[in-house]
Ligand binder design. Sequence first.
Ligand code: HEM
Length: 368
Amino acid sequence: MTRIDSAESAGGRLGAVLSAPRTGVHALGTHGPWLATTPAVAREVLTDPARFDFPSDVSRTGDLSGSTGDTRSGHLVFAPLDPAQVALGRATFVREWADAVRDHDRARPGQPYDALDLLRRPVARATTAAATPALAPAERDAVGDAVLDWIDALGPVIAARRPPGRWSRLRRREARARTHLEDLLASLDAVERPAETATFLAAGIQVPIAAGAFLLAHLASHPTGAVDPVSAVWETLRLTPPTWMTARITREEVALGGTTVPAGSVVMVSPLLLGRLEDLVPGGPAPLGDFEPTRWEGPRRPGAWLPFGAGPHACPGRTLGLAVLTEVATWGVEREMVLSERVRIDQSRGISPRPCRFTATTRTEPSA
Ligand code: HEM
């Protein structure tokens, strides 16, 4: 059967992180960056902004969800979405997902779906609706499209081996896309802080698209039939958390996990690594690298590996993210999905499954 590659076999930066000894803090190079390898140290790093500062550079963190523009020491924090915003985002996703599937089936009947493409518009519109509920639907759609353009332009900047120069073609394209988005937001009376809203939207769109595609890839790799959608969501966020790495900078020399880390060092926290620690995950017979949603059917609560972060910069869109992913999982378990080719883990920007194409037919028997 065609399957998704495991993070264990992916090599590259993922391999380096997964092979780190679980001793507390591990230096990935001679002078760092440093990696928190136990849950206690990871929490300490994420929850103490007085010692661990938030990095400022949006475009070089490797992940948009680590971004708050220029607020490195200001520590701008975003309020979590409220229940009404989540409900609006979820309803928008359900409608837009049905439209996206229907449009595909009309235009290319029987052809494979591309998970990353299929999720783009539904996720963009769901997040935009939730984050800016006062906008008229047409305004929201225009904003959602502008965020997607900015995310697309930012991709090659993040993926470049060396930071592209300020006046390079890539940087200029990215700056144009961001300016267009901010100008559009500034022209809308209902939006109070355009730059912050742009950052919020980008973080809340790119990551759930990758998470949803991983979820579909895992479900298609393991067509076991009876799967609880919510358990499948958590198991996906454990094995392939799209924000697999977040970073902080030490403000001073710190004693961390028995090691002295100098001031100005990068300290990383990896939900991907933490999600493979035996004491955080119920084992059962399945190895920790296997996709096994049933492990979450017991009394153990998921999430101790921090797929949504922790502390003042924890994900403000967590509830919407889980709601959207549950909708995707419910759609998936109702179908017989077959991957069209092997799915690899792309590490150029956070992690995402690429290519991620599959066919899906409605199951004749109920799956659960
Ligand atoms: C499956 C979905 C999602 C996952 C796995 C996820 C994961 C994360 C993680 C791990 C962080 C913390 C990064 C850090 O500590 O550096 C984060 C931050 C953030 N997320 Fe999410 N996220 C998801 C969905 C969303 C959604 C739907 C929204 C918006 C509606 C959103 C908006 C944000 C924002 C604005 C931040 C930055 C918070 C800050 O810097 O203070 N995320 N997310």
